[in-house]
Design a protein around this ligand. Structure first.
Ligand code: SF4
Length: 519
């Protein structure tokens, strides 16, 4: 029986209309529902695809202009709409999964408490993890920073005469500038995660911690693959593209000299690590070559194996709205004839641990839920942040690396608190973003014009009579001034939205008239 198009009240209405194409006979259905995103339709989106907007311009230590990059992303309506809808769809799926688990809030509280306990006893748990890993036959290394991490890995590869390395997605290695470093010492790195490989071939950073190429349309991927692996630039069929990439990448994977993974959880009790993927790509990186190196951020430690269940139940539901990650792989020691190395990396984490207002950001399990729900992130794309970490959690983490360079980022938020509400480990994200704003003002890292404007607003808001006079004047101005005076280049707020019509009566004047100013 041929499947019926889903009804308009199904969550699929959030998808881009062209992906819904109800008459698409190639669409794939399961249990009466059409599979969504790129899986759901394989028709070319347009004969003349919209070019992909690129990310923020990065100039050394100069503050990243996130607003400028966001404006370019918004100016590409196909990209903006697709990005917004894809991520909101993930948020909705996360909500459905959450509502299906009565003890969800209990899980969040437990996860938060376990992380806070571990972080406040990190030295003990790291020692236990390292000792147990060594007794499992793993070589354990400690890296103070990104440079030391890269040197250690290079040293291991040199010892084995390795010239090529397959690697599964790891935000820590992005943080360390690992691929560029490896290129500089003549070692080929091949990403095994499809999205990450797309980004590598396009010479771009990942734009999301879970779905690294989520900002790209299928037509963008068709262009990248046409340039790099010789596919047909006019064919954006996802099955064709995925198959072509598999054909091109698998021989490189099979021939690689070494493999590398990140780590989602490092279990102190066992000395083993757990890596969660949906493509099994970490298993390729860990199992195909004989040499496996895992890069582990020190905050990934959890005390016991039994704690893992709590995090595994939260992670995939929060990230993709799926009950479990397809592959939850445990690595505890080298296989017969193989060698395993763990590189435990600090790179600013212990410094952050000492920051009273920001240390709990180390609880992050990189699920991306805060990004999926953030209205600024959804409409500006992850690359507009010009940093390793984007979205709400990035606004907290990035300035800990470089307060000047990322001084604009904490202002790329509405502070609506949605990020805090969805965070599976209960990080008070929006409060920490607000705390960064205060901190940046203290450190004189806020532009002079913004400081001046805030000072003027502070003066106005602290004087009720001046405030009321200003409101009355603004109402008159809005009603009578020509449009170009209000909507021009100087009014960034009015670029994408209309100033609301003022009500006929303010609350204050209504209160005076009806209650005489008395309670
Ligand atoms: S801050 Fe919370 S919601 Fe955001 S990525 Fe980390 S764990 Fe997920």
């Amino acid at each position: 029986m041929s499947p019926q198009p889903q009804s308009s009240d199904h969550a699929g209405v959030m998808l881009h209309p062209e992906l819904l194409a109800h008459d698409d006979r190639d669409a794939i259905y399961r249990d009466g529902h059409r599979l969504d995103h790129a899986e759901g339709a394989s028709k070319p989106l347009h004969a003349h695809p919209e070019p992909q907007p690129r990310g923020a311009k990065v100039h050394g230590n100069r503050p990243i202009d996130q607003a400028e990059a966001a404006a370019r992303f918004i100016a590409a309506p196909e990209h903006e709409k697709m990005h917004d809808e894809r991520l909101w769809d993930l948020r909705q799926k996360r909500d459905r999964e959450m509502h299906a688990i009565p003890e969800w809030e209990e899980l969040r509280s437990l996860a938060s408490a376990i992380k806070e306990h571990t972080l406040t006893h990190l030295d003990e748990y790291l020692d236990a993890f390292a000792a147990n890993a060594r007794s499992n036959g793993v070589n354990v290394h400690w890296a103070r920073d990104a440079a030391e991490h890269n040197r250690i890995v290079h040293g291991i590869l040199q010892d084995h005469g390795a010239k090529s390395l397959i690697k599964s997605k790891s935000m820590l290695t992005e943080e360390c500038g690992f691929r560029n470093y490896m290129a500089s010492v003549g070692i080929d790195v091949i990403e095994t995660d499809l999205g990450e490989r797309i980004q590598q071939l396009d010479n771009e950073d990942p734009s999301h911690v879970v779905v690294p190429a989520v900002h790209k349309l299928r037509t963008d991927v068709a262009q990248v693959f046409a340039r790099t692996i010789g596919t047909d630039p006019n064919n954006s069929d996802v099955h064709y593209l995925a198959e072509a990439e598999r054909e091109a990448n698998r021989p490189l994977i099979l021939a690689a000299d070494a493999g590398m993974t990140g780590c989602n959880f490092a279990v102190a009790e066992t000395g083993g690590i757990v890596v969660c993927t949906n493509e099994g790509n970490a298993d390729l990186s860990a199992n195909v070559p004989r040499l496996h190196i895992a890069s582990i951020g020190i905050e990934k430690t959890i005390p016991r194996l039994e704690h893992l269940a709590i995090f595994v139940r939260l992670l995939s539901r929060s990230a993709l709205g799926s009950p479990i990650t397809q592959y939850t792989s445990h690595f505890r020691g080298p296989r017969d004839g193989g060698e395993m190395h763990f590189v435990l990396v600090d790179n600013g984490r212990s410094h952050r641990l000492g920051m009273a207002e920001f240390w709990t950001s180390l609880k992050c399990i990189r699920c991306g839920a805060c990004m999926n729900t953030c209205p600024v992130y959804r409409r500006s794309g992850g690359l507009s942040y010009g940093a390793t970490y984007s979205g709400p959690i990035g606004l907290i983490i990035d300035p800990t690396f470089n307060a000047r360079k990322y001084s604009n980022l904490p202002f790329a938020s509405t502070l609506n608190g949605s990020c805090t509400n969805v965070c599976p480990v209960k990080i008070n994200i929006h409060e920490q973003i607000y705390a960064w704003r205060r901190e940046l003002v203290k450190r004189h890292e806020v532009p002079f014009a913004k400081k001046l404007a805030m000072k003027a607003a502070g003066e106005l808001l602290s004087r009720p009579s001046a405030y009321r006079a200003a409101i009355a004047a603004a109402d008159v101005a809005l009603a009578h001034l020509p449009r170009f005076v209000i909507y021009n280049g100087l009014n960034a707020w009015g670029k994408h939205r209309e100033v609301p019509h003022p009500p006929k009566q303010t609350f204050h004047s209504w209160y005076q008239a009806n209650r005489g100013g008395k309670r």
